[in-house]
Design a protein around this ligand. Structure first.
Ligand code: F3S
Ligand code: F3S
Length: 105
């Protein structure tokens, strides 16, 4: 799977959404999250993010390794809806992400 990391927080550019052929990039309140089971590793989202927030799971920088788990934990309640556009924005960000100070100031 691919993982969205810290640069997305409070940016939420959403250019990635338009590229994903399986609609597996879901919106939280502070950032977006890639569904680890629905992502088909096409990689189309990675180059379009203007802040380079998206990484293949093996390439997530060490400082952001906890975001790999965040892209899993976000779906604890949602499960696997099979499409983000019908779900819309969900306030299920992991608590530690909700608690991050405002980014990009
Ligand atoms: Fe975030 Fe980049 Fe997508 S900022 S919403 S991962 S285009
Ligand atoms: Fe979609 Fe990106 Fe995965 S475009 S299929 S989330 S690699």
């Amino acid at each position: 799977t691919y993982v969205i990391a810290e640069p997305c927080v409070d940016v939420l550019d959403k250019a990635c959404i338009d590229e994903c052929p399986v609609d597996c990039i879901y919106e939280g309140e502070r950032m977006l999250y890639i569904h680890p089971d629905e992502c088909v590793d096409c990689g189309a989202c990675e180059p379009v993010c203007p802040v380079e927030a998206i990484y293949y799971e093996d390439d997530v920088p060490d400082e952001w390794s906890n975001y790999t788990k965040a892209n899993v934990d976000f779906f604890d309640k949602l499960g696997s809806p099979g499409g983000a556009s019908k779900v819309g924005k969900t306030p299920d960000d992991p608590q530690w992400i909700k608690d991050l100070p405002p980014q990009g100031e």
